[in-house]
Design a protein. Sequence first.
Length: 215
Amino acid sequence: MSYTSLFFDLDETLYTKGNGLWDAIAARMEEYIHVQLNLPPEDVSILRRHYYESYGTTLRGLQIHHQIDADEYLAFVHDLSLEDYIQPDPQLYKLLSSLHIRKWIFTNADAYHAKRVLDILGLSDCFEGILDVRAIGFACKPEIEAYHRALTLANEDQPNNCILLDDSVRNLAPAKDLGFTTVLVGSDGTHPAADYAIDNIHQLPGALPGLWREH
Protein backbone atom coordinates (compact mmCIF):
# COMPACT_ATOMS: atom_id res chain seq x y z
CA MET A 1 0.00 0.00 0.00
CA SER A 2 1.12 3.56 -0.69
CA TYR A 3 0.73 5.62 2.48
CA THR A 4 0.59 9.42 2.49
CA SER A 5 0.50 10.35 6.20
CA LEU A 6 1.64 8.93 9.51
CA PHE A 7 -0.03 10.16 12.69
CA PHE A 8 2.05 9.73 15.84
CA ASP A 9 0.74 9.91 19.37
CA LEU A 10 3.15 11.77 21.65
CA ASP A 11 3.41 10.65 25.27
CA GLU A 12 4.60 7.06 25.79
CA THR A 13 4.75 6.57 22.01
CA LEU A 14 7.72 8.68 20.93
CA TYR A 15 9.59 7.83 24.12
CA THR A 16 9.83 4.73 26.27
CA LYS A 17 6.63 3.77 28.01
CA GLY A 18 6.85 3.67 31.79
CA ASN A 19 9.74 6.12 32.18
CA GLY A 20 7.83 8.00 34.89
CA LEU A 21 6.75 11.08 32.93
CA TRP A 22 3.13 10.05 32.52
CA ASP A 23 2.93 9.15 36.22
CA ALA A 24 4.25 12.62 37.06
CA ILE A 25 1.67 14.25 34.79
CA ALA A 26 -1.09 12.15 36.37
CA ALA A 27 0.04 13.26 39.82
CA ARG A 28 -0.19 16.90 38.70
CA MET A 29 -3.71 16.24 37.40
CA GLU A 30 -4.75 14.86 40.76
CA GLU A 31 -3.18 17.79 42.59
CA TYR A 32 -5.14 20.18 40.37
CA ILE A 33 -8.41 18.33 41.00
CA HIS A 34 -7.77 18.20 44.74
CA VAL A 35 -7.20 21.96 44.95
CA GLN A 36 -9.79 23.18 42.45
CA LEU A 37 -12.66 20.88 43.45
CA ASN A 38 -11.76 20.62 47.13
CA LEU A 39 -12.08 16.85 47.06
CA PRO A 40 -10.53 14.54 49.64
CA PRO A 41 -7.44 12.76 48.29
CA GLU A 42 -9.10 9.34 48.34
CA ASP A 43 -11.76 10.57 45.88
CA VAL A 44 -9.44 12.37 43.48
CA SER A 45 -7.91 9.39 41.68
CA ILE A 46 -11.35 7.76 41.34
CA LEU A 47 -12.76 10.88 39.68
CA ARG A 48 -9.74 11.32 37.43
CA ARG A 49 -9.96 7.73 36.23
CA HIS A 50 -13.71 8.02 35.71
CA TYR A 51 -13.33 11.10 33.53
CA TYR A 52 -10.47 9.51 31.58
CA GLU A 53 -12.47 6.37 30.87
CA SER A 54 -15.69 8.25 30.09
CA TYR A 55 -14.37 11.12 27.97
CA GLY A 56 -10.90 10.18 26.73
CA THR A 57 -9.12 12.71 28.90
CA THR A 58 -9.48 14.02 32.43
CA LEU A 59 -9.58 17.52 30.96
CA ARG A 60 -12.67 16.74 28.91
CA GLY A 61 -14.56 15.56 31.97
CA LEU A 62 -13.50 18.61 33.98
CA GLN A 63 -14.64 20.90 31.17
CA ILE A 64 -18.03 19.24 30.90
CA HIS A 65 -18.83 18.91 34.59
CA HIS A 66 -16.87 21.73 36.24
CA GLN A 67 -16.20 24.33 33.50
CA ILE A 68 -12.55 24.53 34.46
CA ASP A 69 -10.13 26.83 32.63
CA ALA A 70 -8.43 24.56 30.08
CA ASP A 71 -5.41 26.85 29.67
CA GLU A 72 -4.80 26.95 33.40
CA TYR A 73 -5.22 23.19 33.72
CA LEU A 74 -2.89 22.33 30.84
CA ALA A 75 -0.21 24.73 32.07
CA PHE A 76 -0.39 23.24 35.56
CA VAL A 77 -0.32 19.54 34.69
CA HIS A 78 2.60 19.92 32.26
CA ASP A 79 4.69 22.13 34.55
CA LEU A 80 7.45 19.54 34.96
CA SER A 81 11.17 19.27 34.29
CA LEU A 82 10.84 17.03 31.24
CA GLU A 83 14.61 16.57 31.07
CA ASP A 84 14.33 14.41 34.20
CA TYR A 85 12.40 11.84 32.15
CA ILE A 86 13.38 12.08 28.47
CA GLN A 87 16.61 12.70 26.59
CA PRO A 88 17.63 13.35 22.96
CA ASP A 89 17.06 10.39 20.65
CA PRO A 90 19.34 10.75 17.61
CA GLN A 91 18.52 7.22 16.47
CA LEU A 92 14.83 8.08 16.23
CA TYR A 93 15.65 11.34 14.46
CA LYS A 94 17.58 9.41 11.83
CA LEU A 95 14.76 6.89 11.45
CA LEU A 96 12.05 9.55 11.04
CA SER A 97 14.15 11.74 8.76
CA SER A 98 14.72 8.83 6.39
CA LEU A 99 10.97 8.32 6.03
CA HIS A 100 9.76 10.69 3.32
CA ILE A 101 6.05 10.56 4.12
CA ARG A 102 4.17 13.35 5.86
CA LYS A 103 4.33 12.88 9.61
CA TRP A 104 2.03 14.51 12.18
CA ILE A 105 1.83 14.58 15.95
CA PHE A 106 -1.75 13.70 16.96
CA THR A 107 -2.09 14.15 20.70
CA ASN A 108 -4.65 14.78 23.42
CA ALA A 109 -2.09 17.08 25.05
CA ASP A 110 -1.53 20.69 23.99
CA ALA A 111 0.98 21.99 21.46
CA TYR A 112 3.14 23.67 24.11
CA HIS A 113 3.77 20.37 25.86
CA ALA A 114 4.27 18.58 22.56
CA LYS A 115 6.84 21.14 21.41
CA ARG A 116 8.77 20.81 24.66
CA VAL A 117 8.86 17.02 24.29
CA LEU A 118 9.95 17.21 20.65
CA ASP A 119 12.64 19.78 21.44
CA ILE A 120 14.16 17.56 24.12
CA LEU A 121 13.99 14.45 21.96
CA GLY A 122 15.58 16.41 19.11
CA LEU A 123 12.68 15.73 16.75
CA SER A 124 11.23 19.20 16.25
CA ASP A 125 11.82 19.33 12.50
CA CYS A 126 10.58 15.79 11.77
CA PHE A 127 6.87 16.63 11.63
CA GLU A 128 4.55 18.63 9.39
CA GLY A 129 2.68 19.91 12.42
CA ILE A 130 1.06 19.21 15.76
CA LEU A 131 -2.62 18.27 15.86
CA ASP A 132 -3.26 18.97 19.51
CA VAL A 133 -6.30 19.21 21.74
CA ARG A 134 -6.87 22.86 20.81
CA ALA A 135 -6.43 22.33 17.07
CA ILE A 136 -9.12 19.65 17.12
CA GLY A 137 -11.52 21.79 19.14
CA PHE A 138 -11.07 19.91 22.43
CA ALA A 139 -12.38 16.71 20.95
CA CYS A 140 -9.98 13.97 21.96
CA LYS A 141 -9.08 10.42 21.10
CA PRO A 142 -10.99 8.08 21.19
CA GLU A 143 -13.89 10.39 20.16
CA ILE A 144 -14.52 9.71 16.48
CA GLU A 145 -14.79 13.44 15.79
CA ALA A 146 -11.15 13.87 16.83
CA TYR A 147 -10.01 11.60 14.01
CA HIS A 148 -12.18 13.32 11.44
CA ARG A 149 -10.82 16.71 12.47
CA ALA A 150 -7.24 15.45 12.43
CA LEU A 151 -7.71 14.11 8.91
CA THR A 152 -9.18 17.43 7.79
CA LEU A 153 -6.31 19.42 9.30
CA ALA A 154 -3.82 17.11 7.59
CA ASN A 155 -5.64 17.50 4.26
CA GLU A 156 -6.27 13.76 4.14
CA ASP A 157 -9.57 12.46 2.82
CA GLN A 158 -8.57 8.80 2.56
CA PRO A 159 -8.00 7.22 6.00
CA ASN A 160 -6.84 4.00 4.32
CA ASN A 161 -3.78 5.94 3.15
CA CYS A 162 -2.88 6.80 6.74
CA ILE A 163 -1.17 5.10 9.68
CA LEU A 164 -1.78 5.82 13.35
CA LEU A 165 0.81 4.89 15.98
CA ASP A 166 -0.43 5.03 19.58
CA ASP A 167 0.29 3.32 22.90
CA SER A 168 -3.43 3.03 23.66
CA VAL A 169 -5.56 0.24 22.19
CA ARG A 170 -8.74 2.22 22.75
CA ASN A 171 -7.30 5.11 20.72
CA LEU A 172 -6.44 2.77 17.87
CA ALA A 173 -9.87 1.15 17.63
CA PRO A 174 -11.78 4.11 16.10
CA ALA A 175 -8.93 4.74 13.67
CA LYS A 176 -9.00 1.15 12.50
CA ASP A 177 -12.76 1.36 12.02
CA LEU A 178 -12.20 4.41 9.80
CA GLY A 179 -9.66 2.55 7.69
CA PHE A 180 -6.33 3.60 9.18
CA THR A 181 -3.51 1.09 9.44
CA THR A 182 -2.87 0.93 13.19
CA VAL A 183 0.32 0.29 15.15
CA LEU A 184 0.27 -0.38 18.88
CA VAL A 185 3.46 0.99 20.45
CA GLY A 186 4.78 -0.29 23.77
CA SER A 187 3.43 -3.81 23.52
CA ASP A 188 4.56 -6.92 21.68
CA GLY A 189 1.15 -8.54 22.06
CA THR A 190 -1.73 -8.59 19.62
CA HIS A 191 -5.13 -6.93 19.68
CA PRO A 192 -7.97 -6.70 17.15
CA ALA A 193 -7.57 -2.90 17.03
CA ALA A 194 -3.90 -3.13 16.09
CA ASP A 195 -2.66 -4.26 12.70
CA TYR A 196 0.87 -4.32 14.12
CA ALA A 197 2.39 -4.20 17.60
CA ILE A 198 5.91 -3.07 18.47
CA ASP A 199 7.69 -2.85 21.78
CA ASN A 200 9.02 0.65 21.03
CA ILE A 201 9.00 3.20 18.23
CA HIS A 202 12.45 2.18 17.00
CA GLN A 203 10.96 -1.11 15.80
CA LEU A 204 8.70 0.56 13.26
CA PRO A 205 10.86 -0.39 10.23
CA GLY A 206 10.52 -4.03 11.20
CA ALA A 207 6.73 -3.79 11.38
CA LEU A 208 6.31 -1.81 8.16
CA PRO A 209 9.45 -2.31 6.07
CA GLY A 210 7.55 -1.30 2.92
CA LEU A 211 7.54 2.31 4.09
CA TRP A 212 11.29 2.47 3.60
CA ARG A 213 11.40 0.41 0.41
CA GLU A 214 8.83 2.67 -1.23
CA HIS A 215 11.08 5.68 -0.74
